[in-house]
Design a protein around this ligand. Structure first.
Ligand SMILES: N[C@@H](CCC(=O)N[C@@H](CS)C(=O)NCC(=O)O)C(=O)O
Length: 190
């Protein structure tokens, strides 16, 4: 398999799962905003919209979207978790469409301030609060790898996770996994 990634981006969740599984895979870094990979390849031929993750060389060809790649890896390597497949899918769906996207205003406008920042923070806290209450836990599944990666962005955007004890316990449990440390090191994040 071939994982197309940007350092620290949501593709890190798939990277963690591939390492957790001890899978045979290659990492291909995508250049931000150019449509190319750092080894000179044309990433638009993989994903015309240019975003990561993409997982190539699978038995289904190239897979795009966290909502497909993470369940694929979960099923293939046994990271569905204690709640079963549909519970994990629900969690990934929430993460992908609600929590992940609640960070977007901060990335789209790094200087976000005033009422725009207040609105973005309020939306983000509503999604963090729901994740805390409904999903966060120290068990491992494909969704938890994704939640770890998304909540990593909080420090970068300046939004504190202090009031979320279950999210913090989940993050501590994930941080202690060898696969997580190895994936982060390989992406130059530690
Ligand atoms: N719909 C996609 C969205 C993935 C996404 O937002 N990828 C971001 C990184 S987390 C990206 O590649 N952005 C392009 C960029 O930063 O240049 C999915 O869920 O897989």
């Amino acid at each position: 398999m071939k994982l197309y990634y940007l350092p620290g981006a949501c593709s890190l969740a798939s990277h963690i799962l591939l390492r957790e599984a001890g899978a045979d895979f290659t990492l291909v870094q995508v250049e931000r905003g150019t449509g190319r990979t750092t080894d000179g390849g044309d990433y638009t031929a993989i994903n015309p919209l240019g975003y990561v993750p993409a997982l190539g060389e699978t038995e289904h060809g190239i897979l795009l979207e966290n909502g497909a790649i993470l369940p694929f890896l979960a099923q293939k390597f046994g990271f569905v978790g204690i709640g079963g497949f549909h519970s994990m899918l629900q969690e990934i769906g929430f993460l992908s469409t609600e929590l992940h996207k609640a960070y977007s205003p901060f990335f789209k406008n790094p200087n976000i301030a005033g009422r725009d920042r207040e609105g973005a923070e309020s939306q983000l806290h509503s999604r963090l609060g729901r994740y805390e209450q409904a999903y966060a836990g120290t068990d491992f599944n494909a969704a938890k790898a994704y939640a770890f990666v998304i909540t990593n962005w909080s420090a970068h955007v300046g939004v504190s996770l202090e009031k979320y004890p279950r999210i913090n316990a989940m993050r501590d449990a994930l941080s202690a996994r060898r696969s997580v440390r190895a994936a982060m090191a390989a992406e130059g994040l530690s």
